[in-house]
Design a protein around this ligand. Sequence first.
Ligand SMILES: [Zn+2]
Length: 301
Amino acid sequence: MAKLVGVMLSERVRAGLVVDHALAGALKMFPAPSDSEDDEYALVEMPAESVVETMCDQVLAAAGPEHVLAGVGVAVPGYVRNGVVEEAPNLPQLKGVRLGEMLAMQLHARGIDAPAAIINDADALAAGLAARMGKLDSIIRVWTLGTGIGSGRYPLTEGVWEGGHTIVTLDDKENYCGCGGRGHLEGIMGHRAMRLRFLDMEPEEVFEAAKHGDARCLEFKKLWHKALAAATASSVHLRGPGKFFLAGFNVRFVDMPMLRDYLQQMVKMSPLQGYSIEIVTDDLETRVVGAAVSAEQSIGC
Ligand SMILES: [Zn+2]
């Protein structure tokens, strides 16, 4: 039975002991939820070394008396490659940091010899969903619809997959993506991008007005769904059919019949018809478990 610790790094550090692909015990976190609001920004203001120390504290707390761990997996919102955080917009001090190496060294100094794997948080979510559903033998892809658009997949594979920046339109005016690129999925679907597009309306108001037949808003609602269908169809055409999950706070805007209709228009080859798309609840536990499951895979333990 593999024992690992999964860690999720966001505005807080959360860690949990994962035994046999399930959480064993409560999540440990810093700052604690009872701490004052100022502490919400504690991590952002910390130098990278202190973030690593804080992670180490939480790993030890989660492991408890269990000092023999097969590995530690850390889910980071950002672009991660070979244990190095190449880009982390919400924790900029981590850019270029060899996080896996630093964490393993710090753990070693404190009595735990375990390899540490750093994983993109959307990939961790995909792995966590696979574990939660008992589908560790299938291919799972997930879109996270939030401030930006994340794309994750399970099982982990080598390479780059910034699916949120999939090109979904050739329109020159589509330049709302946070990365600055033109025609990107996130530039249409991301919460930040929607606020830039509709300076006078919040995204909630746009989707509400679309329901009541406002022409501009309805047009946008269609574009939003076409964009997601296009990115999903591209993924199907490149990597084959399979299960797609939608998570994140903006799944509330998804009109499933509309999305499925666009997908049907975009994927026509019969061998590629075996895809499905479904909304799932996205919780912290799933990401923590996923971080551990991904670590187990990438360490090969
Ligand atoms: Zn982009």
